[in-house]
Design a binder for this molecule. Sequence first.
Ligand code: MRU
Length: 353
Amino acid sequence: MANFDVAVWKNGKVRMLDQRALPHEEIYLELTSAQAVADAIRAMVVRGAPAIGCAAAFGMVVEAFRLAVQGPPPSWPEAMAPGMAALRDSRPTAINLVWAIERLRPLLYGNEPDRVPDRLLCEAESIRQEDIEACHAMGRLGADFLPMSAKRTITFLTHCNAGALATAGYGTALGVIRAARRRFDQVKVYATETRPYWQGARLTAWELLRDGIDTTLITDSMAGHLMMRGMVDAVVVGADRVAANGDAANKIGTYPLSVLAHRHHLPFLVACPLSTIDLATATGAEIPIEERPAEEVTHCLGRRIAAQGVQVFNPAFDVTPAALISALVTERAVVPAPDSAKVAALFDEPVAD
Ligand code: MRU
Protein backbone atom coordinates (compact mmCIF):
# COMPACT_ATOMS: atom_id res chain seq x y z
CA MET A 1 0.00 0.00 0.00
CA ALA A 2 1.35 3.40 -0.98
CA ASN A 3 2.81 5.27 1.97
CA PHE A 4 2.59 9.02 2.30
CA ASP A 5 1.37 11.60 4.84
CA VAL A 6 -1.80 13.22 3.52
CA ALA A 7 -2.29 15.35 6.65
CA VAL A 8 -0.63 14.34 9.92
CA TRP A 9 0.70 15.81 13.15
CA LYS A 10 4.48 15.73 13.26
CA ASN A 11 6.96 17.61 15.48
CA GLY A 12 4.33 20.12 16.60
CA LYS A 13 3.28 21.00 13.05
CA VAL A 14 0.70 19.90 10.48
CA ARG A 15 2.62 18.03 7.82
CA MET A 16 0.94 17.51 4.48
CA LEU A 17 1.88 16.21 1.08
CA ASP A 18 1.46 19.01 -1.46
CA GLN A 19 -0.86 17.29 -3.91
CA ARG A 20 -0.48 20.15 -6.39
CA ALA A 21 3.02 18.91 -7.17
CA LEU A 22 1.97 15.33 -7.92
CA PRO A 23 2.71 13.21 -9.84
CA HIS A 24 6.08 14.85 -10.54
CA GLU A 25 7.34 15.65 -7.04
CA GLU A 26 6.63 14.60 -3.47
CA ILE A 27 6.89 17.82 -1.51
CA TYR A 28 5.79 18.16 2.12
CA LEU A 29 4.57 21.39 3.73
CA GLU A 30 4.72 22.03 7.48
CA LEU A 31 2.03 24.39 8.70
CA THR A 32 1.86 26.24 12.00
CA SER A 33 -1.54 27.96 12.18
CA ALA A 34 -5.21 27.32 11.42
CA GLN A 35 -5.10 30.06 8.78
CA ALA A 36 -2.19 28.33 7.02
CA VAL A 37 -4.09 25.03 7.02
CA ALA A 38 -7.24 26.76 5.74
CA ASP A 39 -5.20 28.38 2.94
CA ALA A 40 -3.73 24.96 2.06
CA ILE A 41 -7.21 23.39 1.88
CA ARG A 42 -8.48 26.22 -0.33
CA ALA A 43 -5.42 25.95 -2.59
CA MET A 44 -5.89 22.16 -3.00
CA VAL A 45 -2.63 21.21 -1.25
CA VAL A 46 -4.86 18.66 0.45
CA ARG A 47 -8.22 17.71 -1.05
CA GLY A 48 -10.84 14.97 -0.87
CA ALA A 49 -13.59 15.13 1.75
CA PRO A 50 -12.19 12.91 4.55
CA ALA A 51 -8.65 14.26 4.04
CA ILE A 52 -9.76 17.86 4.47
CA GLY A 53 -11.70 16.81 7.58
CA CYS A 54 -8.45 15.42 9.06
CA ALA A 55 -6.53 18.50 7.94
CA ALA A 56 -9.09 20.80 9.60
CA ALA A 57 -8.86 18.81 12.84
CA PHE A 58 -5.06 19.13 12.90
CA GLY A 59 -5.49 22.80 11.91
CA MET A 60 -7.40 23.33 15.16
CA VAL A 61 -4.71 21.45 17.07
CA VAL A 62 -1.86 23.57 15.70
CA GLU A 63 -3.84 26.73 16.37
CA ALA A 64 -4.39 25.71 19.99
CA PHE A 65 -0.69 24.97 20.54
CA ARG A 66 0.18 28.30 18.88
CA LEU A 67 -2.22 30.21 21.14
CA ALA A 68 -1.04 28.35 24.25
CA VAL A 69 2.59 29.43 23.89
CA GLN A 70 2.07 32.20 26.46
CA GLY A 71 -0.33 30.23 28.61
CA PRO A 72 -3.97 29.31 27.98
CA PRO A 73 -6.10 32.21 26.64
CA PRO A 74 -8.87 33.61 28.91
CA SER A 75 -11.50 31.96 26.67
CA TRP A 76 -10.58 29.09 24.37
CA PRO A 77 -13.77 29.35 22.26
CA GLU A 78 -13.16 33.07 21.66
CA ALA A 79 -9.47 32.64 20.93
CA MET A 80 -10.08 29.79 18.51
CA ALA A 81 -13.05 31.41 16.71
CA PRO A 82 -11.13 33.14 13.87
CA GLY A 83 -9.05 30.06 13.04
CA MET A 84 -12.10 27.81 13.13
CA ALA A 85 -14.03 30.21 10.87
CA ALA A 86 -11.13 30.23 8.38
CA LEU A 87 -11.06 26.42 8.33
CA ARG A 88 -14.84 26.13 8.02
CA ASP A 89 -14.94 28.60 5.10
CA SER A 90 -12.04 27.07 3.19
CA ARG A 91 -14.26 24.82 1.02
CA PRO A 92 -18.06 24.64 1.08
CA THR A 93 -19.20 21.27 -0.30
CA ALA A 94 -17.39 18.55 1.67
CA ILE A 95 -19.23 18.15 4.96
CA ASN A 96 -16.30 16.36 6.62
CA LEU A 97 -14.68 19.75 7.20
CA VAL A 98 -17.56 21.00 9.35
CA TRP A 99 -18.02 17.54 10.87
CA ALA A 100 -14.41 17.47 12.12
CA ILE A 101 -14.54 21.01 13.52
CA GLU A 102 -17.79 20.27 15.35
CA ARG A 103 -16.32 17.09 16.78
CA LEU A 104 -13.42 19.02 18.30
CA ARG A 105 -15.38 22.09 19.42
CA PRO A 106 -16.75 20.69 22.74
CA LEU A 107 -13.17 20.05 23.89
CA LEU A 108 -12.59 23.81 24.04
CA TYR A 109 -14.89 23.99 27.04
CA GLY A 110 -14.58 22.49 30.49
CA ASN A 111 -11.99 22.10 33.20
CA GLU A 112 -8.22 22.23 32.96
CA PRO A 113 -7.93 24.82 30.16
CA ASP A 114 -4.18 24.23 29.94
CA ARG A 115 -4.91 20.71 28.67
CA VAL A 116 -7.04 21.88 25.69
CA PRO A 117 -4.29 21.51 23.03
CA ASP A 118 -3.55 17.93 24.15
CA ARG A 119 -7.25 17.06 24.23
CA LEU A 120 -7.68 18.38 20.69
CA LEU A 121 -4.64 16.45 19.50
CA CYS A 122 -5.95 13.21 20.98
CA GLU A 123 -9.33 13.67 19.24
CA ALA A 124 -7.75 14.67 15.91
CA GLU A 125 -5.60 11.52 16.02
CA SER A 126 -8.77 9.50 16.67
CA ILE A 127 -10.47 11.07 13.65
CA ARG A 128 -7.49 10.10 11.50
CA GLN A 129 -7.31 6.56 12.85
CA GLU A 130 -11.07 6.02 12.55
CA ASP A 131 -11.00 7.23 8.96
CA ILE A 132 -8.34 4.68 8.04
CA GLU A 133 -10.37 1.93 9.71
CA ALA A 134 -13.57 3.12 8.01
CA CYS A 135 -11.85 2.99 4.61
CA HIS A 136 -10.75 -0.60 5.20
CA ALA A 137 -14.26 -1.59 6.31
CA MET A 138 -15.79 0.12 3.25
CA GLY A 139 -13.31 -1.67 1.04
CA ARG A 140 -14.20 -5.05 2.49
CA LEU A 141 -17.97 -4.50 2.41
CA GLY A 142 -17.94 -2.90 -1.03
CA ALA A 143 -15.79 -5.63 -2.56
CA ASP A 144 -18.10 -8.33 -1.16
CA PHE A 145 -21.12 -6.56 -2.64
CA LEU A 146 -19.75 -6.59 -6.19
CA PRO A 147 -21.14 -9.13 -8.69
CA MET A 148 -18.69 -11.97 -9.42
CA SER A 149 -18.25 -12.93 -13.08
CA ALA A 150 -17.58 -16.50 -14.20
CA LYS A 151 -14.06 -15.40 -15.12
CA ARG A 152 -13.53 -13.89 -11.65
CA THR A 153 -12.38 -10.62 -13.22
CA ILE A 154 -13.67 -7.09 -12.70
CA THR A 155 -13.10 -3.80 -14.49
CA PHE A 156 -13.91 -0.62 -12.60
CA LEU A 157 -14.43 2.89 -13.78
CA THR A 158 -13.64 5.57 -11.21
CA HIS A 159 -13.76 9.34 -11.31
CA CYS A 160 -11.66 12.01 -9.58
CA ASN A 161 -9.53 10.70 -6.71
CA ALA A 162 -11.28 9.00 -3.81
CA GLY A 163 -8.16 7.19 -2.72
CA ALA A 164 -5.53 7.21 -0.01
CA LEU A 165 -4.73 10.76 -1.11
CA ALA A 166 -8.31 11.87 -0.39
CA THR A 167 -8.59 10.21 3.03
CA ALA A 168 -6.39 9.46 6.01
CA GLY A 169 -5.31 6.36 4.07
CA TYR A 170 -6.48 3.47 1.83
CA GLY A 171 -9.35 5.42 0.23
CA THR A 172 -13.10 5.08 -0.16
CA ALA A 173 -13.76 4.23 -3.83
CA LEU A 174 -10.14 3.17 -4.29
CA GLY A 175 -10.42 1.24 -1.02
CA VAL A 176 -13.16 -0.86 -2.64
CA ILE A 177 -10.90 -1.37 -5.66
CA ARG A 178 -7.94 -2.31 -3.43
CA ALA A 179 -10.04 -4.77 -1.45
CA ALA A 180 -11.50 -6.27 -4.64
CA ARG A 181 -8.03 -7.65 -5.40
CA ARG A 182 -8.52 -10.15 -2.58
CA ARG A 183 -11.76 -11.46 -4.06
CA PHE A 184 -11.25 -11.25 -7.82
CA ASP A 185 -8.46 -12.92 -9.79
CA GLN A 186 -8.00 -9.87 -11.99
CA VAL A 187 -8.83 -6.23 -11.25
CA LYS A 188 -8.60 -3.48 -13.85
CA VAL A 189 -9.37 0.20 -13.52
CA TYR A 190 -10.32 2.90 -15.99
CA ALA A 191 -9.58 6.25 -14.36
CA THR A 192 -11.16 9.34 -15.87
CA GLU A 193 -8.74 12.23 -16.15
CA THR A 194 -11.28 14.47 -14.31
CA ARG A 195 -11.34 17.84 -15.94
CA PRO A 196 -10.74 20.58 -15.07
CA TYR A 197 -8.38 19.82 -12.16
CA TRP A 198 -7.05 16.47 -13.38
CA GLN A 199 -7.36 14.55 -10.10
CA GLY A 200 -7.74 11.32 -12.09
CA ALA A 201 -4.76 11.83 -14.37
CA ARG A 202 -2.46 13.27 -11.70
CA LEU A 203 -3.52 11.56 -8.49
CA THR A 204 -5.56 8.39 -9.09
CA ALA A 205 -3.23 7.15 -11.81
CA TRP A 206 -0.18 7.88 -9.60
CA GLU A 207 -1.69 6.25 -6.54
CA LEU A 208 -2.99 3.10 -8.26
CA LEU A 209 0.20 2.54 -10.25
CA ARG A 210 2.25 2.77 -7.04
CA ASP A 211 0.10 -0.10 -5.78
CA GLY A 212 0.66 -2.12 -8.93
CA ILE A 213 -3.01 -1.91 -9.98
CA ASP A 214 -3.71 -2.28 -13.71
CA THR A 215 -4.84 1.28 -14.54
CA THR A 216 -5.82 2.90 -17.82
CA LEU A 217 -6.42 6.62 -18.13
CA ILE A 218 -9.32 7.89 -20.25
CA THR A 219 -10.73 11.34 -20.89
CA ASP A 220 -14.03 12.03 -19.14
CA SER A 221 -15.91 11.95 -22.44
CA MET A 222 -14.84 8.37 -23.24
CA ALA A 223 -16.83 6.73 -20.43
CA GLY A 224 -20.01 6.15 -22.48
CA HIS A 225 -18.08 4.53 -25.29
CA LEU A 226 -16.41 2.08 -22.90
CA MET A 227 -19.69 1.18 -21.25
CA MET A 228 -21.42 0.64 -24.58
CA ARG A 229 -18.60 -1.71 -25.62
CA GLY A 230 -19.00 -3.76 -22.41
CA MET A 231 -15.58 -2.71 -21.12
CA VAL A 232 -16.76 -1.70 -17.64
CA ASP A 233 -18.32 -3.92 -14.93
CA ALA A 234 -18.90 -1.37 -12.18
CA VAL A 235 -18.52 2.33 -11.45
CA VAL A 236 -17.24 3.30 -8.02
CA VAL A 237 -16.83 6.87 -6.82
CA GLY A 238 -16.54 8.78 -3.55
CA ALA A 239 -18.68 11.60 -2.18
CA ASP A 240 -18.21 15.02 -0.65
CA ARG A 241 -21.60 15.12 1.00
CA VAL A 242 -24.53 12.73 1.03
CA ALA A 243 -27.90 14.26 1.88
CA ALA A 244 -30.42 12.62 4.22
CA ASN A 245 -32.31 11.18 1.24
CA GLY A 246 -29.20 9.55 -0.26
CA ASP A 247 -28.45 12.14 -2.98
CA ALA A 248 -24.67 12.37 -3.28
CA ALA A 249 -22.50 15.36 -4.22
CA ASN A 250 -19.19 14.39 -5.77
CA LYS A 251 -16.68 15.74 -8.28
CA ILE A 252 -18.24 17.39 -11.32
CA GLY A 253 -18.87 14.72 -13.94
CA THR A 254 -20.08 12.09 -11.48
CA TYR A 255 -23.77 12.62 -12.27
CA PRO A 256 -23.37 11.95 -16.02
CA LEU A 257 -21.48 8.74 -15.13
CA SER A 258 -24.45 7.63 -13.01
CA VAL A 259 -26.81 8.24 -15.94
CA LEU A 260 -24.55 6.23 -18.22
CA ALA A 261 -24.25 3.41 -15.68
CA HIS A 262 -28.04 3.29 -15.38
CA ARG A 263 -28.42 3.16 -19.18
CA HIS A 264 -25.96 0.28 -19.36
CA HIS A 265 -27.28 -1.60 -16.30
CA LEU A 266 -23.99 -1.29 -14.43
CA PRO A 267 -23.67 -1.08 -10.65
CA PHE A 268 -22.97 2.49 -9.57
CA LEU A 269 -21.44 2.52 -6.08
CA VAL A 270 -20.84 5.57 -3.92
CA ALA A 271 -18.35 4.81 -1.14
CA CYS A 272 -18.17 7.22 1.77
CA PRO A 273 -17.74 7.15 5.55
CA LEU A 274 -20.64 8.10 7.83
CA SER A 275 -18.82 11.41 8.41
CA THR A 276 -19.73 12.35 4.82
CA ILE A 277 -23.46 11.83 5.41
CA ASP A 278 -25.21 15.04 6.42
CA LEU A 279 -28.60 14.31 7.95
CA ALA A 280 -29.14 18.06 8.35
CA THR A 281 -29.24 18.48 4.56
CA ALA A 282 -32.53 17.01 3.37
CA THR A 283 -31.80 16.59 -0.34
CA GLY A 284 -29.02 17.12 -2.84
CA ALA A 285 -30.63 20.36 -4.01
CA GLU A 286 -29.57 21.97 -0.72
CA ILE A 287 -25.91 20.97 -0.93
CA PRO A 288 -23.77 24.06 -1.61
CA ILE A 289 -21.74 23.61 -4.78
CA GLU A 290 -18.31 25.21 -4.83
CA GLU A 291 -17.47 27.32 -7.87
CA ARG A 292 -13.78 27.47 -8.64
CA PRO A 293 -11.60 29.96 -10.57
CA ALA A 294 -12.14 30.36 -14.31
CA GLU A 295 -8.44 29.71 -14.97
CA GLU A 296 -8.94 26.03 -14.18
CA VAL A 297 -11.08 25.82 -17.32
CA THR A 298 -9.43 28.38 -19.58
CA HIS A 299 -5.85 27.24 -18.92
CA CYS A 300 -3.96 23.99 -19.16
CA LEU A 301 -0.56 23.66 -17.48
CA GLY A 302 -0.39 27.43 -17.17
CA ARG A 303 -1.12 28.02 -20.86
CA ARG A 304 -4.35 29.62 -22.03
CA ILE A 305 -6.33 27.31 -24.31
CA ALA A 306 -9.69 29.13 -24.37
CA ALA A 307 -10.58 32.08 -26.55
CA GLN A 308 -9.97 35.39 -24.80
CA GLY A 309 -13.12 36.94 -23.37
CA VAL A 310 -15.24 33.78 -23.19
CA GLN A 311 -17.36 33.41 -20.06
CA VAL A 312 -16.64 30.44 -17.81
CA PHE A 313 -18.79 28.45 -15.40
CA ASN A 314 -16.77 26.13 -13.17
CA PRO A 315 -18.85 24.22 -10.61
CA ALA A 316 -16.55 21.76 -8.82
CA PHE A 317 -19.23 19.21 -7.88
CA ASP A 318 -22.53 17.82 -9.08
CA VAL A 319 -25.26 15.85 -7.36
CA THR A 320 -26.21 12.30 -8.25
CA PRO A 321 -29.81 11.57 -7.26
CA ALA A 322 -30.23 8.61 -4.90
CA ALA A 323 -32.38 6.91 -7.54
CA LEU A 324 -29.29 6.48 -9.73
CA ILE A 325 -27.10 5.05 -6.95
CA SER A 326 -27.07 1.24 -6.85
CA ALA A 327 -25.58 1.24 -3.37
CA LEU A 328 -23.99 3.48 -0.77
CA VAL A 329 -20.95 1.77 0.71
CA THR A 330 -20.20 2.88 4.27
CA GLU A 331 -18.11 1.42 7.08
CA ARG A 332 -21.30 0.19 8.79
CA ALA A 333 -23.10 -1.44 5.92
CA VAL A 334 -23.75 -1.39 2.19
CA VAL A 335 -27.09 0.30 1.50
CA PRO A 336 -28.62 -0.85 -1.79
CA ALA A 337 -30.95 1.69 -3.46
CA PRO A 338 -30.49 4.29 -0.70
CA ASP A 339 -33.42 6.41 0.48
CA SER A 340 -34.21 8.53 3.54
CA ALA A 341 -35.31 5.62 5.73
CA LYS A 342 -32.28 3.47 4.89
CA VAL A 343 -29.85 6.35 5.35
CA ALA A 344 -31.37 7.20 8.76
CA ALA A 345 -31.25 3.52 9.79
CA LEU A 346 -27.52 3.41 9.01
CA PHE A 347 -26.82 5.51 12.07
CA ASP A 348 -28.54 2.95 14.31
CA GLU A 349 -26.76 -0.11 12.93
CA PRO A 350 -23.89 -1.76 14.78
CA VAL A 351 -20.42 -1.28 13.29
CA ALA A 352 -19.39 -4.10 10.87
CA ASP A 353 -16.66 -6.44 12.18
O1 MRU B 1 -12.10 18.86 -5.44
P1 MRU B 1 -11.62 17.62 -4.74
O2 MRU B 1 -10.40 17.03 -5.36
O3 MRU B 1 -11.48 17.83 -3.25
O4 MRU B 1 -12.80 16.59 -4.95
C1 MRU B 1 -12.69 15.33 -4.36
C2 MRU B 1 -13.82 14.43 -4.70
O5 MRU B 1 -14.74 14.79 -5.37
C3 MRU B 1 -13.78 13.07 -4.08
O6 MRU B 1 -14.40 12.13 -4.90
C4 MRU B 1 -14.53 13.10 -2.73
O7 MRU B 1 -14.04 14.13 -1.92
C5 MRU B 1 -14.41 11.82 -2.01
S1 MRU B 1 -12.79 11.55 -1.39
C6 MRU B 1 -12.74 10.06 -0.59
